[in-house]
Design a protein around this ligand. Structure first.
Ligand SMILES: [Zn+2]
Ligand SMILES: [Zn+2]
Length: 243
């Protein structure tokens, strides 16, 4: 396993830390709905701050796709991926990586979930993922090697789901316009031996670099990120069995 342990930082002074810091929760103005900043601006910002990369996690939900002009699912996925593609095209540092993720909302309620490990081909092959239940989505995630994390599970309007339907929870959501009650999320992660992730939940200028997850190695793809997180998850779960 590449990752020895993950850690969290609250400052952007990462350049000489010897670790690779990633933003795991971020929205671009391209297909961002509530986000307005162009991906190119975001990439330039995070490159300058010393991050090793960002995961673009734009909102994936029923209305977003229904309102698209495209008539084919593959066309809709092209539309959805505009922010991710724009971010990739904007990279100027050779050691900076843009990875693909989702922030998915199922039709049943207002919970949000972060998904890591996805690629374009899978998003085309498995349409309308928002029609899944979280329980079925977890099964699909295990089949395809994805990681399924509940975002800000204790924010108002959200409800934490059963721990065995998740690989983890976002325990530091640093969006300054919401009280995500992160302390409760951290307790939930600890009690259930789940992954605990952090993210800025970037939507606008000023949201940058409020959180990061750092790794001991560079991560070049979403599937690489998922493999590291899944290994960490298995390790945490095996401790639970031993206790
Ligand atoms: Zn949003
Ligand atoms: Zn978000």
């Amino acid at each position: 396993m590449m990752q020895e342990k993950s850690g969290y930082v609250n400052t952007a002074r990462l350049n000489n830390s010897g670790r690779y810091a990633y933003e795991l929760h971020l929205h671009t103005g391209e297909f961002g709905w509530c986000a307005k900043v162009p991906a190119a601006t975001i990439v330039a910002t995070y490159e300058a701050l010393g991050y090793a990369g960002i995961v673009v996690t734009n909102h994936y939900f029923d209305h977003g796709f229904e309102h698209m002009p495209e008539t084919t699912w593959a066309g809709k996925i092209d539309n959805y991926l505009r922010g991710y593609e724009a971010a990739r095209a904007a990279v100027s540092r050779e050691d900076f990586d843009v990875l693909l993720g989702l922030e998915i909302r199922f039709s049943e309620n207002l919970n949000d979930y972060l998904v890591y490990g996805v690629n374009k081909e899978q998003l085309i092959a498995y349409p309308e993922l928002y029609k899944y239940s979280p329980e079925d989505f977890r099964l699909l995630a295990d089949e395809l090697g994805w990681v399924f994390i509940q975002a800000h599970p204790y924010r108002k309007g959200c409800e934490v789901i059963a721990a065995d339907s998740l690989h983890g929870v976002e325990v530091y959501n640093m969006n300054p316009r919401h009280d995500s009650r992160n302390d409760l999320a951290l307790n939930f992660a600890k009690e259930n031996n789940l992954l605990a992730t952090a993210g800025s939940d970037y939507h606008q200028i000023g949201d940058e670099a409020r959180a990061a997850v750092s790794f001991t190695e560079r991560i070049r793809s979403s599937s690489e990120l998922a493999a590291i997180l899944r290994a960490d998850y298995e390790k945490k779960q095996s401790k639970k069995v031993l206790n």
